[in-house]
Design a protein around this ligand. Structure first.
Ligand code: BEZ
Length: 209
């Protein structure tokens, strides 16, 4: 099944390293960083799990719950987590979904047969508190993800929701933002009393908190 930005994230009930969870109920008012990785006891995945654990406070600050997945079992995940903790200097606390029969991986289109018939590629779904998919990112097995980018895109989405702005290329928190063309100048003057710069009628920039 192919999922799109704006779709409701398919709900599921599944065993995880923190016990059984039902996605929508578990998320309860939080954002979710749902990410798959190919397999337990593999090097790149070990660093990604360690990084997610290291960033626990950053995710919490943004009201985001991380949720990992691979097509291994809970027992395998648990054994591997102690390696992650030992080698990455963390105490991994977020749940990792066990999906040995590939049900969830298939429903989220995480199996890309040219990469593997049985292991998930590195998919990311950022899901908002209404359980809408807001971002989809897919990396090959050989490339570990950039977690600064994952936090950056969450910051952009949350600021966009709050302030009705879009963010330009390479935007970082605190940087100039863009007033979307769907907002006319009259409304823009009300929404952005701090003012804005018009470079072209369709390219207006401002700053927001
Ligand atoms: C890794 O996590 O290191 C990895 C997993 C599957 C294929 C390639 C790399």
């Amino acid at each position: 099944m192919s999922l799109h930005i704006g779709d409701t994230a398919p709900d599921f009930t599944v065993d995880t390293t923190s016990g059984p969870i039902t996605l929508h109920e578990w998320a309860k008012g939080s954002w979710v960083f749902f990410f798959s990785h190919p397999a337990d006891f593999t090097p790149v995945c070990t660093t990604e799990m360690g990084m997610t654990a290291k960033l626990a406070d950053e995710f919490e600050k943004r009201n985001v719950k991380p949720l990992g997945l691979s097509t291994d079992t809970v027992e395998e995940h648990r054994a591997w987590i102690s390696d992650v903790d030992e080698t990455q200097g963390v105490s991994l606390q977020f749940p990792i979904v066990a999906d040995p029969d590939l049900t969830i991986a298939r429903s989220y289109d995480m199996i890309h047969p040219d990469e593997s018939e049985t292991a998930a590629v590195r998919s990311v779904f950022i899901i908002d508190p209404d359980m809408k998919i807001r971002l989809i990112m897919t990396y090959p097995m050989s490339v570990g993800r950039n977690f600064d980018e994952i936090l950056r895109v969450i910051d952009s989405l949350q600021l966009g929701d709050r302030a009705r702005i879009a963010t330009p290329a390479n935007w970082m928190p605190g940087g100039e933002v863009i007033i979307p063309p769907s907002i006319g100048d009259k409304e823009a003057r009300e929404l952005f009393p701090q003012g804005f710069t018009t470079l072209k009628p369709y390219l207006r920039t401002t700053r927001v908190e």
